[in-house]
Design a protein around this ligand. Structure first.
Ligand code: PBG
Length: 298
């Protein structure tokens, strides 16, 4: 799965985006997705990079059917009907607080966030998303989203739950790309403690019971033991997210000539598969697909 950051214009020079994490216009996003699809990458994961004016405390822009993300989904499905389009469900790209949930009196409030997430998911489904992927880590959101999708007639739209998501330091380049870093505090009240593995199994059981179609473990490489533990606890498909900071380490080390990028990228993805991931979100998807194609042909 190739993550893509859609923006109103092409990347502005002020943002020193890491390779693979740059913002692209809708037109460019469609062109990149086409390239990916032709290389055999079956799915993209879309994230909107919004202007400050589009952000608000209640993330109301996330329900705008004519917003940047729904327009991009429509353009992708029109151009590439067979491409699986996965959309992210969380408040952070739309929120002036940069948190994944609603903020009240300096606290991230779980239950009042659920209807916003559900409305966001329905907006994305209406635009044509095949799979919605809640990455917010509020409790009970998979059920709330499932019920809202079904009530709106989107029984066929799947839910990929970012089920086991750690409060990790590896999300930096992603937050730079979306300008979505938390404006106060951190995400530790809703994302998981990196030292905790048993909670992963509880989260997996809850999301499965709430109706998730697939589960994600995130980040990837530093959490291979967690991927393995979740693999053994569920029969649902498992995604690993090889996140922006993990990819940044490969890129930066390769730029300095310290590692062989191609081989380290493929080895990283192989390790996620070996641990039990069925599919992988990675900024190296295009590179990996090209490498695998060459090795098959050669
Ligand atoms: C936010 C979200 C994040 C990522 C995916 N969805 C960042 C965060 O939780 O702060 C990170 C992905 C990456 O680093 O590549 N809902």
């Amino acid at each position: 799965v190739l993550p893509l950051f859609v923006h109103h214009q092409q990347a502005d020079a002020a943002i020193a985006a890491m390779p693979g994490c740059s913002r692209q216009s809708i037109e460019r996003t469609v062109a990149t997705a086409r390239e990916a699809f032709e290389l055999g990458i079956p799915a993209v994961a879309l994230f909107p990079a919004l202007t400050a004016a589009e952000k608000s405390p209640t993330a109301i822009e996330s329900m705008n059917p004519d917003g940047l993300l729904p327009r991009c989904v429509q353009a992708l499905k029109r151009a590439l009907p067979e491409l699986v389009v996965i959309t992210d469900v969380a408040l952070d790209p739309y929120s002036t607080d940069g948190h994944d949930g609603l903020v009240e009196a300096g606290q991230i409030v779980n239950d009042p966030t659920l209807p916003i997430l559900a409305a966001m998911a329905v907006t994305q489904a209406r635009a044509g998303a095949d799979v919605v992927a809640p990455s917010d880590m509020m409790d009970g959101r998979v059920r709330a989203i499932r019920e809202a999708l079904d009530a709106a007639g989107f029984t066929e739209v799947g839910i990929l739950s970012y089920c086991v998501k750690y409060a990790s330091a590896f999300y930096g380049p992603f937050r730079d790309a979306l300008d979505s870093a938390p404006r106060f505090g951190d995400k530790k009240t809703y994302q998981m403690d990196p030292a905790n593995v048993r909670e992963a199994l509880r989260e997996a059981a809850l999301d499965e019971a709430e109706g998730a179609d697939a589960l994600m473990v995130k980040p990837g490489l530093p959490y291979l033991d967690v991927i393995r533990a979740v693999r053994e606890a569920t029969n649902l498909p498992i995604a690993a997210y090889h996140v922006s900071g993990e990819f940044a380490m490969l890129k930066a080390a390769a730029e300095r000539g310290w590692i062989d990028y191609d081989r380290c990228l493929l080895e990283s993805l192989l390790a996620c598969k070996r641990a039990g991931a069925d599919f992988i979100f990675t900024y190296g998807a295009l590179d990996a697909a090209r490498l695998l194609k060459t090795s098959r042909n050669g």
